[in-house]
Design a protein around this ligand. Structure first.
Ligand SMILES: Cc1cc2nc3c(=O)[nH]c(=O)nc-3n(C[C@H](O)[C@H](O)[C@H](O)COP(=O)(O)O)c2cc1C
Length: 147
């Protein structure tokens, strides 16, 4: 079973709610989860095994304020994440030109740090996805089989 750090980026609570549901789902499968609603650099670099990022996008394609300090510190310090596996759930709204850019920035950063992607990232477009919870739950079901 994996030790999964769940890194949340959320302004209005949508991504946070989805992340909480994912944590519960993963725990029921027997995984250990560490829910980081205000994720810090120290928490994330402390023996990371699997990181699940669940973030929305705010402003004009930015990562949410609660995730920004971690994003900047990871970019500055460039820790070696070659032993880390990660998954990504990105919430966004395709009516914005900067669709899901917050998630894309996190995805790019994790790859730059040599973290290994587990499966494909999930993009949840609020314009097209009537039931985001359902979309996330079935993605987690499949994603967890690859851990
Ligand atoms: C002020 C504002 C700016 C936003 N900017 C973007 C954006 O640039 N790109 C995008 O894909 N979605 C954007 N969104 C949509 C949010 O990412 C989407 O509503 C998401 O579900 C919010 O999740 P949260 O409640 O976890 O913050 C924006 C929403 C608001 C209210």
């Amino acid at each position: 079973m994996a030790q999964i750090k769940i890194v949340v980026g959320s302004t209005y609570g949508n991504a946070s709610q989805i992340a909480e549901d994912c944590a519960e789902q993963l725990q029921k499968m027997g995984h250990e989860t560490d829910f980081l609603s205000e994720p810090t650099y120290e928490q994330v670099i402390d023996k990371p095994d699997v990181i699940l990022i669940c973030t929305s996008t705010v402003g004009q394609g930015e990562v949410p304020t609660n995730l920004m300090p971690l994003y900047c510190k990871l970019k500055d310090h460039q820790p070696d994440f070659s032993q880390v596996r990660f998954g990504l759930i990105a919430l966004g709204d395709s009516s914005y030109e900067t669709y899901a850019e917050g998630g894309k920035l996190m995805n790019e950063l994790m790859r730059d740090l040599n973290a290994k992607p587990v499966g494909q990232a999930l993009f949840i477009d609020s314009c097209e996805t009537p039931d985001p919870d359902e979309a996330a739950a079935s993605w987690v079901d499949e994603w967890s089989t690859k851990l």
